[in-house]
Design a protein around this ligand. Structure first.
Ligand SMILES: Nc1ncnc2c1ncn2[C@@H]1O[C@H](COP(=O)(O)OP(=O)(O)O)[C@@H](O)[C@H]1O
Ligand SMILES: [Mg+2]
Length: 301
């Protein structure tokens, strides 16, 4: 059939664009599956996926050198709940939050987001998890040379929002949400510590996350401001069905925000229950936290 070289060449020339087209379609399909990966679990029907915990830790171990920080920790965080986490200073609370967003990796065990193991995710799916699970760092992670508005606009620009009017509108919305209406032009430097924490929360909710992890959100502020921040955390949780994890030693904050509380000891969960159960627990270690005194005399924090 292909006795003429000219005919062969003609066939190749005709087949090549077709092959390239098929390849391009297959690559686009794959890209679509990957980018939808962290948003939802492609291996599960939507209904089944929504019944899974949003975040799950299974038998997690984490050490630094010879120091065991988390030891066989298992935990399920349900959608729209607010989980309070108590524990001694240096007890692994911040490490736990960093593991949840894949900033640290467990030595053993696994962490799942919507049923999918972080370890099995591609780099882009992990980035997506970090967009969906915002982390309000203890230090705020804010640029103090920028205005309040520019600080809040930063993550919006980073995610590709370019229309200045749209950015201004969204910044105003976010300022309203954290009760800092009209403060966009203020220098970040001029703000009180409480307001700086509100700016950090505004930045964290800018990407419409499904969960927020707060690391000591009321640390260092006076009790009145602490109360305002706690109410804000609760309001955001209720209004947006935001799953919230709050690491704190502030019992008033826990009383305002938490549906459930866990207390860490020796790298695992020592107590789990609601505020009432926490206060009525006869366990000496739990009582140390309720009264603010650790059994060995140190202040619990
Ligand atoms: N990246 C790290 N490298 C080495 N040690 C760390 C690291 N992060 C945390 N640690 C150690 O792990 C322990 C738990 O830290 P952390 O989770 O920050 O405690 P906290 O409960 O006060 O938040 C501490 O002793 C801390 O020094
Ligand atoms: Mg910490």
């Amino acid at each position: 059939m292909f006795d003429s070289p000219l005919l062969v060449l003609l066939c190749i020339l005709l087949a090549l664009p077709l092959a390239l087209l098929v390849l391009a379609i297959r690559r686009r399909r794959r890209a679509r599956t990957v980018s939808a990966g962290a948003a939802s679990n492609p291996s599960l029907p939507a209904q089944q996926e929504s019944s899974l915990p949003l975040i799950e830790l299974n038998d997690v171990h984490k050490s630094f050198g010879s120091q065991k920080v988390l030891n066989r920790l298992s935990l399920k965080i349900q959608r729209a709940e607010t989980l309070g986490i108590l524990g001694m200073s240096g007890g692994g609370k911040s490490v736990l939050l960093q593991l949840i967003v894949g900033l640290l990796w467990p030595d053993r065990g696994e962490i799942r987001f919507k049923g999918r193991s972080l370890e099995e995710m591609s780099e882009s799916d992990l980035l997506d998890v970090r967009r969906r699970v915002s982390y309000v760092f203890q230090s705020g992670a804010i640029f103090d040379f920028l205005s309040v508005g520019e600080n809040i606009a930063y993550p919006l620009r980073e995610r590709g929002m370019a229309d200045e009017e749209q950015i201004d509108r969204r910044v105003e919305e976010l300022l309203d949400a954290v009760e800092l209406e009209g403060m966009g032009d203020h220098g970040y430097d001029e703000l009180s510590l409480g307001s700086k924490k509100q700016v950090a929360i505004a930045r964290a909710i800018a990407s419409n996350p499904e969960a927020i992890l707060y690391d000591e959100p009321t640390a260092g502020v006076d009790p009145m401001i602490g109360k305002t921040l706690s109410r804000l955390i609760r309001k955001l949780n209720r209004r947006n069905n935001l799953t919230s994890v709050v690491v704190t030693h502030d019992l008033q904050c826990l009383a305002t925000v938490s549906d459930r509380i866990i207390l860490l000891k020796d790298g695992r969960i020592h107590f789990e229950g609601d505020l009432e159960a926490l206060y009525s627990s006869p366990d000496p270690f739990v009582q140390a936290f309720v009264t603010g005194r650790h059994p060995d005399g140190k202040i619990a924090s």
